[in-house]
Design a protein around this ligand. Structure first.
Ligand SMILES: Cc1cc2nc3c(=O)[nH]c(=O)nc-3n(C[C@H](O)[C@H](O)[C@H](O)COP(=O)(O)O)c2cc1C
Length: 165
């Protein structure tokens, strides 16, 4: 199968991580994939905060419900939407979704695991991240070497999803 299609098919949400650090080149490659996502009018309204120091990871874990996942991941990528860079609430959010999917696929392609945590607009987390005026948290993505190999979750068959007209 084509490599991109295989990565899309084989990626899983990984929620348990080994403590091994993630190489800086891999983190850069993930960020590079993120910034190449499509966005409405090419506004690129995403901003990234890499949470990697032990102190900030612990503080972030304290603020979210799935604290073990965040605490054990060697890094968590926060994606923020810069409202000043965007132009339309729905289209900005769509672009941010594409960006997050690029992150998940890049992590998978590099042998890493990741999980999209839909934690949005959380004032305490935004303060920890140093969010600037107009920046809103859209999601957190803990990333690390997988310590689990989750089975694929069900997907609805295309027959239920597709209409041809
Ligand atoms: C918008 C969005 C929000 C999500 N929020 C969470 C979350 O808060 N916690 C979590 O463990 N997984 C979260 N997930 C991951 C989904 O649970 C997961 O993608 C889905 O169950 C399918 O599993 P798979 O990614 O392994 O195919 C989220 C995914 C998306 C796209």
């Amino acid at each position: 199968m084509n490599e991109v299609l295989a990565a899309i098919r084989e990626r899983r949400s990984v929620r348990v991580f080994r403590p091994d650090p993630v190489e800086r080149e891999k983190v850069e490659a993930i960020l590079e994939a993120a910034r190449w996502a499509p966005s409405g009018k090419n506004t690129q309204p995403w901003r990234f905060v890499v949470v990697e120091s032990a102190a900030n990871r612990a503080e972030l874990a304290r603020l979210v419900p799935q604290r073990d996942m965040i605490a054990h991941a060697p890094l968590t990528l926060a994606i923020l939407l810069d409202r000043k860079a965007g132009y339309d609430e729905l289209k900005d959010a769509q672009g941010i979704g594409a960006c997050a999917q690029n992150v998940l696929l890049a992590a998978h392609a590099l042998g890493l695991g990741a999980c999209w945590i839909g934690r949005a607009r959380d004032r305490e987390v935004e303060a920890l991240l140093g969010a600037k005026e107009g920046e809103e948290l859209m999601m957190l993505i803990p990333i690390g070497y997988p310590a689990e190999n989750p089975a694929p979750r069900d997907r609805r068959p295309l027959g239920e999803l597709v209409r041809r007209i």
